[in-house]
Design a binder for this molecule. Sequence first.
Ligand code: SF4
Length: 212
Amino acid sequence: MKKTDWPEVFQPLIKKYRGRKHPLDYQNRYQLTVSVILSAQDSDKHINEIAPDFFSAYPSMKELATAEPADLYPYLSKVRNFGNKCKWLTKLAKTLGTDEQIPSTMEKLTELSGIGRKSANVIIRESGGEAEGIIVDLHVVRVAPRLGVAVGDKPDKIEKQLMESLPKKMWGEVGMAISFLGREICRPTNPKCEDCVMNASCVYFNSEIKGK
Ligand code: SF4
């Protein structure tokens, strides 16, 4: 069987979404880091709504480092898993002390409380850093197997398969591009395959929909 040329297959998607900013609103790396942590298991839209009041009260790591978890509850109690997130944020701020100490590498970012590979990949991409992995959020977990570039539902395993299929120079853009496709076109139910730039190669479309 002919091996799929994934770098070529992904070109239309990269072209469509290259450089598009992450949907989280942020003004600097401090706000980016906090928002990324808050958005886990919650929606970017919701975090964008509650974040301005939080950032007025805690404008940088320096102020956040003075807080205890319960001090953050009035601002974050509507965020999913807020108890843990308040703990992670205050611990992280006390560890770092200032915004300048926010790391830039996967190794250092994932040592911080509340930051896993997905969050680190987002922070690195939005900071303009060199990608060390590929963003795999819940949209990518759904869309990558539909496309046929990965199997399973474990983010770490899907990231590994994407990294093995694509050259490093594509890592920084491809995860967010798949995520945007999932947000806009490849929805959980009734994906808009006719409008999708990936439909010529998509395994799900060609076997499950067109093939029927
Ligand atoms: S063709 Fe359909 S199933 Fe495949 S990625 Fe596009 S929207 Fe999703």
